[in-house]
Design a protein around this ligand. Structure first.
Ligand SMILES: C[S@@+](CC[C@H](N)C(=O)[O-])C[C@H]1O[C@@H](n2cnc3c(N)ncnc32)[C@H](O)[C@@H]1O
Length: 353
């Protein structure tokens, strides 16, 4: 496609196109006579750039975001398009979060000024808002697949089986998955939802026999799950999104994914899982957890005494659940809560109405 065709197709000026090229946001190939020749991939890229521009990112920030998000794939066009759309969706999701943060800071400031009896120093509020804008900028650097699941997807299955991390996080992975399946299948469910399903190892093989839906925030994980299990229904999504169905699944399960949620988020995730669940359904969560604060502290001390602060830093980089806190929350909501230790940091929690 030449310059004129591109400009018409995506409604962009030649001047803007040249600026993006100057910043190396896109680099079109040149034909023998030196004319620019834009590929379908260049067009996808341009659509991403235009969206990011629309969302208020500077060209420098766009370059940074796009470089970090570069997919290392030589795949069919359909997958590239889905990846690009998914990326654009994430940009919007994160912009909404940023705007919400600013809105809430403004609201808090307004409420505080209305209700304060003293004469206020108003510059304080502008500083607060600036601080929030700064924090947003910092977070912006972190939101792209923080734990690198898209990049991990291709060798995820072999890496969990070999389990060669120093904390032995995935030790006994195969046996644990079998035990989770037993608990999951105990009442012969006809529909299962797996959140943070990854490559579909836990439930994929059941798809075809019963309804199996997998939700994951990583599009690359979902591609692999879908290639392995064609009847598996993959949905890009998040623990924290409002459920797209309610009172529908016999089992809602999650393995090795819950520890990516912070404390409050875990509680919201449990609420959402309950909403997905039929009245007589069952939630099963297998994940990295501590029984309580004391056990967590003991683990920290043990690792530090062994001179392995580096390993404790790895634990702290994620959010291992506190089982007793989850239990208290579930029981307050009138739910039944059972738990069982599986291996090292891995526990299984079962929640029922
Ligand atoms: C360690 S893998 C576990 C995959 C699979 N459940 C298993 O047991 O092998 C964690 C998965 O959770 C997904 N994930 C992390 N945070 C998530 C979130 N907030 N919502 C949905 N999926 C999430 C990741 O993309 C990744 O596929």
């Amino acid at each position: 496609m030449n310059t004129k065709m591109v400009c018409e197709k995506i409604n962009i000026s030649t001047k803007a196109l040249r600026v993006y090229e100057e910043y190396e946001l896109i680099i079109p190939k040149r034909s023998d006579n030196g004319y620019r020749c834009y590929s379908d991939e260049n067009i996808l890229r341009l659509r991403e750039i235009m969206l990011l521009k629309e969302m208020g990112f500077s060209l420098k920030e766009i370059k940074n975001i796009l470089d970090k998000n570069k997919a290392d794939r030589e795949e069919e066009k359909g997958k590239k398009v889905v990846s690009s759309l998914n990326f654009q969706m994430k940009v919007i999701e994160n912009k909404i979060i940023e705007l919400d943060n600013v809105k809430n800071t403004l609201k808090d400031s307004i409420n505080s000024i209305i209700n304060s009896k003293e004469k206020e120093e108003y510059t304080l509020y502008f500083e607060k808002i600036n601080e929030m804008l700064e924090q947003n900028k910092v977070k912006r650097q972190q939101w792209i697949d923080r734990w690198g699941f898209d990049n991990w997807a291709k060798n995820y299955d072999s890496s969990v089986v070999s389990g060669n991390d120093e904390l032995n996080i995935f030790q006994g992975y195969g046996d644990i998955m079998e035990k989770v399946k037993e608990v999951m299948m105990a009442r012969s469910p006809q529909s299962i939802l797996d959140i943070g399903c990854g490559t579909g190892s836990l439930c994929g093989e059941l798809s075809g026999e019963i309804e199996v839906v997998g939700i994951d925030q990583s599009i690359e994980m979902l591609f692999i799950a879908k290639d392995r299990y064609p009847a598996f229904i993959g949905r890009v999504g998040n623990f924290l999104e409002e459920p797209y169905l309610t009172n529908h699944f016999d089992v809602v399960v999650s393995s090795y994914a819950f520890h990516h949620l912070k404390g409050e988020e875990k509680l919201r995730a449990i609420d959402n899982m309950c909403e997905y669940l039929k009245d007589n359904g069952r939630i099963v969560i297998a994940d990295l957890m501590f029984l309580n604060k004391e056990k967590r502290e003991k683990c920290r001390r043990d690792l530090i005494n062994q001179g392995r602060e580096d390993l404790w830093d790895i634990v702290e980089d994620e959010y291992y659940s506190d089982i007793e806190e989850l239990k208290e929350y579930a029981e307050l909501k009138g739910l039944k809560f059972y738990y069982d230790h599986m291996m090292n940091f891995t526990w299984m929690v079962v929640i029922e109405r």
